[in-house]
Design a protein around this ligand. Sequence first.
Ligand SMILES: [Zn+2]
Length: 261
Amino acid sequence: MPIPRMYHTEAIVLSRFELGEADRVLTLLTPHEGKIKAIAKGVRRPRSRIGGAVEPFAELELVLARARTFDVITQASVGHAWLSLRDRLESTATAWYLAELSERAVEERAYAYPVYALLRRAYQLLDDGMAPTRVARWFEFGLADALGMRPEVERCVECDRVLEADEEYRWVPVLGGTLCSRHPPPPSEQMPLSLNALKLLRAYRRLDIEAIAGLRLPVAVEAEVESALRRFIRVVLERDARSLAFLDEVRTPRPIRAGTT
Ligand SMILES: [Zn+2]
């Protein structure tokens, strides 16, 4: 049986670029078709039927026609808009960061349902007002897991010994997680890890995000885990995320100028 030319899918926009006078090419994440590139023709014209629908941070309902280079979007509607997510700059910047990680993690036309489900839930959580930094860490952990590279936070990556509370640990992303104190620090990129940071990493592994959201945590411990997971993701995806610079910029508190009221 020939593959039908038209198909329907849910999709989340990961990135987009303008093409020609009025078209836009979208990179989409879908539950069953994986990552696809699709063209929205005439979308930048004011009277475009699909223009308003094909925006990021929404779950879209699309009908597409298969084509040689880019599939063509023939119908679009918003299935689920996460409008509150856009109210805060940090949530929006985090949403772009998660979209970029998803785009890099998934191959075109490859099975990607776990990543789709993860991104969908992350956007829902951001929209619900959960702290963006917790959502981002939960997503990073889940993404590594979905790619079969879950960080090891229970045992030593070298000797497989269960990590005890009264020792020192190192975080070594290229080895897959935590290294115990019995081994010399490796030449690869690594950082010391405090017991509290290890506990928080374990919480990300064991607990649901709703439980993690309720934890009261020292800023320094959150910062340590952020650094550890970002380094881990850099190794998993083999590069830095471009959107991190923007995210860090919007999170930096503006200096208060002396002498002004
Ligand atoms: Zn060890």
